[in-house]
Design a protein around this ligand. Structure first.
Ligand code: NAD
Length: 280
């Protein structure tokens, strides 16, 4: 615990009821951090907070708020102040893809009128809105609301959650790839903007995990085995396996603690070598 020196810090984790962020929240709580689980799903947020308190002994609360609704984030801020005081750490974890912004095929052949629904021409602009909003504005809005606490305290840490597709886009998911590339860019921009305020801003780019948002792309529902895309991902990952949520926690603890006190504006891949591998 002493190595990270995080005891009694207050951390807000958006999307905190999800697979990755419930695990990240627990790892913070294990180091004495008071955690605020913010999720659009109230029941799930409360359940995660109760489990964290039971398993770690650190205080945790679950709050319903939408990262896309500034008023609900402001109401959450009031509730956090009443319970724990000002925020020290913000993990912007809410995010994800949508089937409406996903092509059915990887590479187009033929003319646009042949199976347009399977290609770029079949994408729905509403799907792009949804994915850009959730991933980009869903990071922007909580940061606008909660970084004010950090400016007042002259210290704080913001962690954004990026993805492998932010460096080079993955086939089929143009909106999600572009939105995560925007997260990297915004991480750097904000790190510079806040550099003299005592706030550091960094991001973690996880490799491939099996979660609710991507299961439909990785696992064949009828057989339960890997899809051709799932197999390609493992072939492209030198360690030849999926990442687990627990494997992100070391990088998170490093980035939120003073061990990284001169580190700001970086995006750290935790990817089993995926981003380093040319495939050959
Ligand atoms: P998840 O779907 O398990 O969790 C996302 C959580 O966000 C859910 O609990 C959901 O209820 C919540 N949420 C959705 N909309 C919200 C809103 N408007 N306001 C508040 N909460 C909202 O997803 P996950 O796989 O754990 O992903 C977490 C983060 O990691 C996302 O940013 C995702 O893009 C990123 N990521 C995931 C992977 C992966 O392989 N799963 C890889 C790289 C990056």
């Amino acid at each position: 615990m002493s190595q990270f020196n995080l005891k009694d810090k207050v951390a807000v984790i958006t999307g905190g009821a999800g697979i990755i962020c419930s695990s990240l929240s627990k790892s913070l709580a294990l180091h004495g951090v008071k955690t605020v689980i913010i999720d659009i799903n109230k029941e799930a947020a409360v359940k995660v907070a109760l489990a964290i308190e039971k398993e770690t002994g650190s205080q945790s609360i679950g709050l319903q708020a939408s990262v896309l609704d500034k008023k609900s984030m402001e109401a959450a801020r009031q509730a956090i102040h009443a319970k724990f005081g000002p925020v020290d750490i913000l993990v912007n974890g809410a995010g994800g893809n949508s089937p409406a912004a996903t092509t059915k095929i990887e590479k187009m052949e033929g003319t646009p009128d042949e199976h347009p629904e399977d290609t770029f021409f079949g994408l729905q602009t509403e799907g792009f809105d949804k994915v850009f909003d959730l991933n980009f504005k869903g990071t922007l809005i909580p940061t606008m609301v909660l970084a004010a606490d950090m400016v007042e305290k002259k210290s704080g840490v913001i962690i954004n959650i990026s993805s492998m597709n932010s460096y080079r886009p993955l086939t089929k998911i143009p909106a999600y790839s572009a939105a995560k590339a925007a997260i990297n860019n915004f991480t750097q921009w904000l790190a510079v903007h806040f550099a003299k305020t005592g706030i550091r801003v960094n991001a973690i780019a996880p490799g491939f995990l099996l979660t609710n948002q991507n299961r439909f792309l990785m696992i064949d529902e009828s057989t339960g085995g890997l899809t051709p895309r799932g197999k390609k991902i493992l072939n492209g990952t030198p360690m030849e396996r999926f990442c687990t949520p627990e494997e992100l926690s070391g990088t998170l603890l490093y980035l939120v603690s003073d061990l990284s006190q001169f580190v700001t504006g970086v995006i750290i891949p935790v990817d089993g070598g995926f981003s380093a591998y040319s495939g050959i």
